[in-house]
Design a protein around this ligand. Structure first.
Ligand code: KIV
Ligand code: NA
Length: 270
C-alpha cells in the first residue's frame, strides 16, 4: 500500500529520485497529473494562467481557496501544496498563520508555499512550529516583480550570495523543501548541495532534487509568453484551435449537428 506523501516524506527524498511537481488549478487537470506527480502545487500562477491577470499580485485568498478545493477533489495520490497569495502573509507572522490555516483547513492542502528568503524566515519558523508545513520559494519571486524590476534571472555574479543566504535562511527556519526559480544552473547545484531539504527547480538546474513546471505551460495551453525554462511536452493550444475552427466551420455549413447528434420523437438509444 502506497501512503500518500506528507511533508516529512518529501523532506526525506533529499538527494534521491527527483521529485516531480506540476501545478493544477482545476479538478480535471488534478486528475490528469495526480498519478504522475509527488506534489501538485495550486500555484498563484492561476491568476495569470486561468484568469488573464497581468501578474500574480492580483490573486486573492478567495481565488486560492476555490481553486484549492477544486484541485483537492481530483487528487488521491500526490501531496497538495497551495501558494499563499500576495498580501496574505507578508505583514506579520500572525497574519500568515491565520491565512495559512484557512488555506489548509478549507482546501485540505498538506502545506503552503510562500515567497521570500531571509526576510520571511521568522514567519516560516512561526508557521512550522504551529503545525503548518512550509515550502520556501527563493530566487525569482514573481510577487516581488515590482521591486525586482522584472522577471530576470536572479543571483548572477555578485548577487549569488543573496540567493545562498535566502535559501539557507528558509531551510534553517524549517521549510521542508524550497523552490529555486530562475537562478543560474551552477548556483542552483551549489545550493542543492548545501541545504538539507529538497530543492525544487524551475529555470534552475537538472541537479535540483526535483522540478516544477506550470502545467498549462508544458501542455502548450498558456501561450501569452514563453519563458526559456518552459519545455512544451504537447501543443494542446494548437490542437484546441484546430478543433474549435472545425466546429465553427461545421456550424456555419450546417454539417454539425449531424443526424447522430439529434433526437427523434422516440428515444431509440441513449
Ligand atoms: O505559482 C506557481 O505556479 C509557482 C511555481 C511556478 C513554482 O509558484
Ligand atoms: Na507561485
Amino acid at each position: 500500500e502506497i501512503r500518500r506523501p506528507v511533508p516529512p516524506d518529501i523532506r526525506a527524498r533529499k538527494g534521491g529520485t527527483p521529485l516531480v511537481v506540476l501545478t493544477a488549478y482545476t479538478t480535471p487537470v488534478a486528475r490528469l497529473v495526480d498519478p504522475h506527480c509527488d506534489i501538485v502545487l495550486v500555484g498563484d500562477s492561476v491568476g495569470m494562467v486561468l484568469h488573464g491577470l497581468p501578474s500574480t499580485l492580483h490573486v486573492t485568498m478567495e481565488m486560492m481557496v476555490l481553486h484549492g478545493q477544486a484541485v483537492a477533489r481530483g487528487l488521491s495520490r500526490a501531496m497538495m501544496v497551495i501558494d499563499m497569495p500576495f498580501g496574505s502573509y507578508e505583514e506579520s507572522p500572525d497574519q500568515a498563520f491565520r491565512n495559512a490555516a484557512r488555506l489548509m483547513s478549507e482546501t485540505g492542502a498538506a502545506a503552503v508555499k510562500l515567497e521570500g528568503g531571509e526576510h520571511m524566515a521568522g514567519t516560516i519558523a512561526f508557521l512550522t512550529r504551529r503545525g503548518i508545513p512550509v515550502m520556501g520559494h527563493v530566487g525569482l519571486t514573481p510577487q516581488a516583480v515590482n521591486t525586482l524590476g522584472g522577471y530576470r534571472v536572479q543571483g548572477r555574479g555578485e548577487d549569488a550570495d543573496r540567493i545562498r543566504r535566502d535559501a539557507a535562511a528558509v531551510v534553517e527556519a524549517g521549510a521542508f523543501a524550497v523552490v529555486l526559480e530562475k537562478v543560474p544552473d551552477a548556483l542552483a547545484r551549489e545550493i542543492t548541495g548545501a541545504v538539507a531539504v529538497p530543492t525544487i527547480g524551475i529555470g534552475a538546474s537538472a541537479d535540483c532534487d526535483g522540478q516544477v513546471l506550470v502545467v498549462d505551460d508544458m501542455l502548450g495551453l498558456f501561450t501569452a509568453f514563453r519563458p526559456k525554462f518552459v519545455k512544451r511536452y504537447a501543443e494542446l493550444g494548437q490542437e484546441a484551435d484546430r478543433a474549435i475552427a472545425a466546429y465553427s466551420a461545421e456550424v456555419r455549413a450546417r454539417t454539425f449537428p449531424a443526424p447522430e447528434h439529434v433526437f427523434g420523437e422516440e428515444p431509440v438509444r441513449k
